[in-house]
Design a protein around this ligand. Sequence first.
Ligand code: HEC
Ligand code: HEC
Length: 466
Amino acid sequence: MNQDTKDKINRKYERELEDGERFWPDSIFKDVIVSLGLFTLLILLATFVGVHDSPKADPSDTSYIPRPEWYFLFLFKFLALYGQIPVLGKIEWIATVLIPGIAVGLLTFLPFIDKSPDRYYGKRILPIGLMVIMVTSMVTLTLVADIPTVLAEGPTLATILQPVAGLVVPGLGLTALVLMSFVFRQTSTRTMIATTVMTSGLMVALTAFILLAAPPAHAETVELPKTLADKIVAGQDLYSLHCTECHGDDGSVTVIEGVEGLDGTVISPISSRDVLYTVNDASMAEIIAYGRPELGMIPFGKAYNPEGLTRAEIDYIILFMRYTWDDRFEAPVIKPLYPPLADGEVPSYDVHIAPIVKRYCISCHRDGKENNNYWMTTYDEIIDMGDNAPIVEAGNLESILILVMQETPILDENGEEIIGVMPPNKPLKAEIVEIFKLWVLNGMPQTAEEAAALSSPPENTPTPAP
Ligand code: HEC
Ligand code: HEC
């Protein structure tokens, strides 16, 4: 800095001192106004936008894959791309410590490195150019952060272009700018601006291309139950899937039947006051998470069972148990399992059979259950699966399915039982068996429309005159 500029700056400083702005109250007042504005903005955002739902944190869940907050995604992606570089990619500290360290260090020491007195943009191309390329690269890396860096099925255009857009182009641009300023000192301002614009433009174009070629796979948006009623329904579904097998659909089973290795085990009915009044929610959660391994109940918590339930899911099951069985809890109104049938109405698989099967049968009849090879998770499986297929035929009330539901075991020629009654632990309600019979007699319609076509109109509708 030469004497002239120094004097100029000093004179300007003197002038401002004379005009003067007091710290108190002038500056403080400005600060207060700005803080108040930010505070109001925060309140408005919290009130009208809020944070989106995510499942309750579960410290025992070992399968959780952590992801950084959005403002760190660019670093996260940078690390992932860097890891792809042969040899160098293995030396992790270069990307995790050295490069971010240099970047932060540059920011800290910039005032000492760049001592140019000029404030005019045209004379400050190097710092501005470096900044533009870095910021563009942060933005583009953030945008592609959700796109997989490597795919098991081999490289695609999107995976090949990512390191180009994220490492090669910005790397070359930054190097070129530095070389132009310090090595070829004669480079014109224009060339440097062009280099900056081209580098950033290329990054943006490549990123747009990558995003078009491989739109980010949207992380499964889990619809979280919000109201108490929704949580109870979620708990009911989880219970039907995991617990009905041993404890029965209503928790009343006292002797386990139809479960590999546990047939005949005597258990306390978990819907009884004895259990509900003596086990509080915390111990209930413990029992479900840890199970009763010595007695045959497997652990259901994620901490002990990778395929198990999250803490939130266990809580829903407990809510379901309390509000359905515990007489100290008043349950909110919950939709019935299936809509009641009108006179002459034919039930369908979609509306009636599927929900019933889900509640009473799926727990034992699905993939992964060893003691039978009859699954009931789809329309086709129910009708035609397993060693004795077809299990049910249109119009035939002597079908295996209908017989076992009515407490009639299937015997072989010698009178030996081959299929027991279903569900093994507790007879179905007569009303439910009637629905199955109606469904079979009417040809087992799958959709509500098919069933409606088969239904006879209610008797009081006037039939058109002949
Ligand atoms: C494979 C069979 C099986 C499954 C599936 C099963 N349990 Fe159990 N459960 C048992 C056995 C066996 C016991 C111990 C018997 C006893 O304590 O009376 C038990 C005990 C319990 C108890 C403790 C009862 C008491 O007397 O304190 C609760 C509560 C319970 N189970 C809830 C559940 C819930 C909720 C599920 C579903 C997530 C479930 N169980 C799934 C077999 C099972
Ligand atoms: C506690 C477990 C359990 C539940 C719940 C259960 N089943 Fe079963 N089911 C079995 C087992 C085990 C078999 C194998 C045959 C046997 O042991 O009797 C079987 C066999 C069957 C079969 C004969 C399939 C074949 O080809 O062998 C039918 C049909 C059947 N179940 C229907 C149902 C229906 C309908 C429901 C629900 C209303 C139901 N089951 C609920 C355990 C269960």
